[in-house]
Design a protein around this ligand. Sequence first.
Ligand SMILES: [Zn+2]
Length: 422
Amino acid sequence: MKLFFVIPQVLTLASAAALLVREEKVNYNGFKVFRIDTGNDLQTIQEELATFSLEPWNIDASKHMDVAISPPQLSSFEALSLNVTVMHEDLGADISAEFDAAADAGLRKRALPAVTWFNSYHAYNDHIQFLRDLQSALPSNSEVITSGTSVQGRAITGIHLWGKGGKSTKPAIVFHGNVHAREWITSMTVEYLAYQLVSGYGNDASATSFLDAYDWYILPLVNPDGFVYSQTTDRLWRKNRSAAPSGSRCLGTDINRNWPYQWDVPGGSSTDPCDQTYRGRTAGDSPEISGLTSLLTRLRDTTGIKLYVDWHSYGQYILTPYGYSCSAKATNQAKHDSLAAGTGNAIRTAGGTRWTTGPSCSTLYATSGSSTDWVGDVAKAEFSITFELRDTGTNGFVLPASQILPSGQEQWAGVKYLIPNL
Ligand SMILES: [Zn+2]
């Protein structure tokens, strides 16, 4: 949208406070925007404007300069009697009109969170604020949701997005990330995908069609306690923060071995509470999992689930059913595998990274009580896929922040292949 190109260039002539408080909306009421015909007098005009606090909108001033003038400067600017045409009589009013036009189309937007969000990793509370900000940028087509609470009482928070026809009228697509605490790239990448859907709805053909066709449930961070612990204490923490079972000094359950389906198949998890893949005391006993199974069961029983993706790192894999068995096949296994292969190709084309695709157990390793098996067979998702994001081992879990944006961009390219081919 034009607005997002305009704002950064006029920030320098807005109040200094606006620069310091990023979330505060800059007020352009009464600003007037002029196109100054510079003709052969560019140098003279630049000298005359030297005392004004302004920055031209355009780069090449050889023919004209387009400048926004604040209300207090207007009379002295007009006293210069330059050869001007008026671009905006009242910039603030025109910006409001732009918002109102969007509202007329059902797309009323507040400012999106800054895309610089994807330049670094963030604290848990900031992730929650990001989701709230994202929701407020598309308020008529989204809501903040929770799927219950963690062991330590944190709300497991996400965003529900929908398109024409209203909410909860289309088959569901469910994405969730950061099940494993140390896999920080996953929440950032899932948030990037949500950002593309929100920012693109109404002006990007793919995003618009995706929201019009499906109800999206995106939960970037479903293991908040473990995530916080990975930031405060142990960067490589994986599990949740459930109490140690009696007789053990080790706490935490691997909540991707705790889903209540094929939970006790030997070889795909550990019964040792000190192990990284400890499956929990009983199937589904983690509150994080019981919340997710409630949400997914409700979706199964209402709109149905078209696609579920559990986002992990690392290794650059796209994994199809099943985890618990290397011989069992989904009824639509061939379609699963062709979707995974096509998505891998699309990501490689976009990002240059290579992706290994195929059934989870035979391609990577056996997993019992894992998300995709439960969501496929119990919640009846038509497609149930696990991604293992960047990289293939150069940095592993501690992926440099400079790769957040490339990871998001290549996964958006993958999504743009995956969704239309479902
Ligand atoms: Zn993982």
